[in-house]
Design a protein around this ligand. Structure first.
Ligand SMILES: NC(=O)c1ccc[n+]([C@@H]2O[C@H](COP(=O)([O-])OP(=O)(O)OC[C@H]3O[C@@H](n4cnc5c(N)ncnc54)[C@H](OP(=O)(O)O)[C@@H]3O)[C@@H](O)[C@H]2O)c1
Length: 270
């Protein structure tokens, strides 16, 4: 396992879909400790992750699963307490915050207040509260650069804090309408990332950046209704491409920080 100075990686949630694939990829392509979360059945998620193909023999030691439901802030703060206790002096090198739910609304009449509120809680407030409790683990501007490893995934020497947005959260890209609460809640991720990155510029300088991500259209439970007749990325393919995109983003102030990047490495304008 890598030394504390190499930092740790975190994926929340990792129970299924893209989050699960991101955790699998970090276990197989890096030597970092990986903290992954699930809302429930942590032992079962751990077993499924560890039975993934091609994992190195130390994967079991490197993986820690913690229970987090982003609608309950106390679970997020207890995750932070556990990390503080179990990973002393270990900075957060890569954070991937992934929670997302969709209630399909094709017209205003289909909007249900309780469901829309749920979307905002998971898709907008979720990343906001995760950022609140996880940002203290990012390296400060006086922190040392992360050592370059000979891992298959070449992570940069600065920390990356990535939040899953979605292309449909882009206002400039909205040509077809619908999905009101999902679009609106995901649009806020672009704003949260930009604002957080401005904070990191002053607190961490080039030691940490924040970015938003669009994973492409990925074959998960999320898109199940649309699987028929559509070309979609497999979750592991999307995870691999996204990780390679964020690993290549520079940390200088004129680079791609504070913006949204898709799985091809192309910017998605807000
Ligand atoms: N798939 C796509 O094509 C696509 C495209 C654009 C953006 N995205 C975004 O990518 C992210 C992952 O999507 P996916 O395709 O992997 O979807 P998914 O397979 O439906 O997974 C959704 C994840 O969100 C978790 N979640 C739901 N409510 C939560 C809560 N209250 N607290 C914590 N976690 C919660 C689920 O946990 P449980 O297992 O406990 O339910 C699950 O791990 C989402 O943010 C989605 O908006 C996906």
């Amino acid at each position: 396992m890598a030394s504390a100075a190499s930092g740790f990686a975190l994926v929340t949630p990792a129970s299924r879909g893209i989050g699960f694939a991101l955790a699998q990829t970090l276990l197989s392509q890096t030597s970092l400790p990986v903290v992954a979360t699930a809302r429930k059945n942590c032992d079962e998620v751990r077993e499924r992750l560890l039975s993934s193909k091609g994992l190195p023999s130390n994967a079991e030691k490197r993986l820690r699963i913690l229970e987090v439901d982003v609608k309950d802030e106390s679970t997020i703060s207890s995750m932070a307490d556990t990390i503080r206790r179990e990973y002393p002096n270990t900075p957060l090198r890569l954070a991937l915050t992934v929670p997302g739910i969709l209630y399909v609304e094709k017209s205003p009449s289909q909007i249900d207040g309780a469901s829309a509120l749920d979307s905002f809680k998971v898709n907008a407030l979720g990343p906001l509260l995760l950022m609140k409790h996880l940002s203290p683990f990012l390296p400060n501007k006086s922190g040392s650069a992360f050592p370059v490893t000979d891992d298959q995934l070449k992570l940069p020497s600065h920390a990356v804090y990535a939040m899953m947005a979605a292309r449909v959260g882009s206002i400039s890209d909205n040509a077809s309408g619908g999905w009101y609460s999902y679009r609106a809640s995901k649009a806020s991720v672009y704003q949260i990332v930009k604002t957080f990155d401005l904070y990191l510029r002053s607190r961490c300088a080039e030691r940490a950046i924040a970015v938003a991500l669009h994973p492409g259209t990925v074959k998960t439970d999320f898109t199940k209704e649309f699987w028929k007749g559509r070309d979609m990325l497999e979750p592991l393919d999307a995870a691999d491409r996204l990780l390679n995109v964020i690993a290549r983003l520079p940390s200088d102030f004129d680079g791609g920080r504070g913006r949204c990047w898709d799985w091809k490495g192309e910017e998605v304008s807000p």
